[in-house]
Ligand binder design. Structure first.
Ligand SMILES: Nc1ncnc2c1ncn2[C@@H]1O[C@H](COP(=O)(O)OP(=O)(O)OP(=O)(O)O)[C@@H](O)[C@H]1O
Ligand SMILES: O=P(O)(O)OC[C@H]1O[C@H](OP(=O)(O)OP(=O)(O)O)[C@H](O)[C@@H]1O
Length: 305
C-alpha cells in the first residue's frame, strides 16, 4: 500500500523512531488505545481505530517537522525543542508549542571536561574547542558566557558530532563537551565531570502552533490521562469523622477527597488521589492521625480535566 497517499484527512503525529524515548512513547500510545502496525522499515503507520498517521522520525528532527507545520503533534525531548528554537532568527516565534510534560526521558544537557584536567568552570572553555550534538544551544550558552554582542563572532569553537560525543576529549578533538547526562555512567566511564548545565530536559508532547482540532485535543486529553494515572495512586482509608479535617489536609486529592459514610457511627471512608512518590510518607501521616484500613490502588487510566 502506498501510505503517503493515505495521509489526507489524518492527524499526523511524529514519534521517535529509535533511541531513549521510543519505548516509553510506544507504551504511552498503547495506553491511549492508539492501535497500529508498523511495517518493517516503513516510517509511516496508519492508526487503525482513529484518523491518525504516526510518523517515525529521529527525536532531533521532530521539532523541525512540527515547527514547519508538516506534522500536527510530536513527542520528543525538551532539549531538542530548545535546540530547534535556538536556531531561529532573533525575534521569530517558534512554531513548536509544548503542551504536556510526559514525565519520562529526564536528563540534563551539561558542559563536561576531563576529571583530571585543570578546568573547573565553563568560562575557562572560552576560546577553546567544544564538541556537541547541540550546536545552537551550546553557541547560545557560550555566547552569553562571553558576554558577546548579538551576531558577533563567538570566540569558543563549537564543533558538531552526531554521537559518541563523550569520546571527543580523550581523542584530543575537544577541551570540553556539551552532552546529555542521566545516570552519569557514560560521563564517568569517559573520565569526564560536569561543570555546568545548559538545559534540563524531559520528554514532551508538542504541537504545531497553528494545528488545533477536536482530534488533537482528544489525543492530548488521553495522553494526559495516562500520564496522570502513571503519576498517581488511589489511596483509600477509614477515619473517625472527628479527624477528617486533618486527614483531608494530608490527602487533599486533585480537587477534593471523596468522603463516604460508613455503617459504623462516627466513621467515614476517604478516597483520594496521591502522588506515587509521596505515598509512603502520606500513609505514615495518616496512621498518626488515626486512619485505619489504608489501601493504595494503582490507577489504570484517568481523565481528570
Ligand atoms: N541517557 C538519557 N536518559 C534519558 N533521556 C535521554 C538520554 N539520552 C537522551 N535522552 C533523551 O532522548 C532524546 C533522544 O536521544 P537519543 O540518544 O535516544 O537519540 P537518537 O534519536 O537515538 O539519536 P542518536 O542516534 O544521536 O543517539 C534526547 O534528546 C533526550 O531528550
Ligand atoms: O548519563 P547516562 O545514563 O550514562 O546517559 C547519557 C548518555 O545517553 C545518551 O546517549 P545514548 O546512550 O542514547 O547514545 P548516543 O551516545 O549514541 O547518543 C547521551 O548522549 C549520553 O551519552
Amino acid at each position: 500500500m502506498d501510505l503517503v497517499n493515505h495521509l489526507e484527512g489524518r492527524l499526523l503525529f511524529a514519534v521517535p523512531k529509535k533511541g531513549r524515548l521510543q519505548q516509553a512513547t510506544l507504551d504511552l500510545l498503547a495506553g491511549c488505545d492508539i492501535q497500529f502496525r508498523r511495517e518493517t522499515r516503513l516510517d509511516i503507520a496508519l492508526v487503525k481505530n482513529l484518523p491518525i498517521a504516526l510518523i517515525f522520525l529521529p527525536a532531533a528532527d521532530i521539532p523541525t517537522f512540527v515547527g514547519e507545520g508538516r506534522v500536527d503533534l510530536g513527542i520528543t525531548g525538551r532539549d531538542q525543542v530548545a535546540e530547534h528554537d535556538s536556531t531561529l532568527p532573533a525575534g521569530e516565534t517558534s512554531g513548536v508549542e509544548e503542551i504536556l510534560d510526559l514525565g519520562f526521558g529526564g536528563c540534563k544537557l551539561q558542559v563536561q571536561v576531563p576529571q583530571k584536567g585543570d578546568i573547573t568552570e565553563a568560562k575557562q572553555l572560552i576560546g577553546r574547542n567544544v564538541v556537541t550534538s547541540f550546536t545552537a544551544l551550546s553557541e547560545a550558552f557560550f555566547s552569553k558566557l562571553e558576554g558577546a554582542a548579538p551576531g558577533s563572532k563567538l570566540q569558543t569553537k563549537i564543533k558538531y558530532v552526531g554521537g559518541s560525543v563523550e569520546a571527543a576529549c580523550a581523542l584530543g578533538v575537544a577541551d570540553g563537551i556539551v552532552d546529555l547526562v542521566e545516570s552519569g555512567e557514560t560521563m564517568k566511564a569517559a573520565g569526564l565531570k560536569a561543570i555546568d548545565t545548559v538545559v534540563e530536559s524531559n520528554a514532551v508532547l508538542v504541537k504545531s502552533r497553528d494545528s488545533n482540532n477536536d482530534l488533537l485535543n482528544l489525543i492530548t486529553s488521553r495522553i494526559r490521562g495516562v500520564i496522570t494515572a502513571q503519576k498517581f495512586v488511589l489511596c483509600q482509608y477509614n477515619i473517625p469523622r472527628s479527624e477528617l479535617a486533618i486527614a483531608s489536609k494530608i490527602t487533599p486529592g486533585k480537587r477534593a477527597p471523596t468522603i463516604t459514610a460508613l455503617e459504623e457511627e462516627g466513621w467515614v471512608a476517604v478516597s483520594s488521589m496521591v502522588e506515587k512518590k509521596r505515598v509512603a510518607t502520606v500513609m505514615d501521616e495518616l496512621i498518626k492521625v488515626g486512619a485505619t484500613d489504608i489501601l493504595v490502588l494503582n490507577i489504570a487510566n484517568s481523565r481528570t480535566d
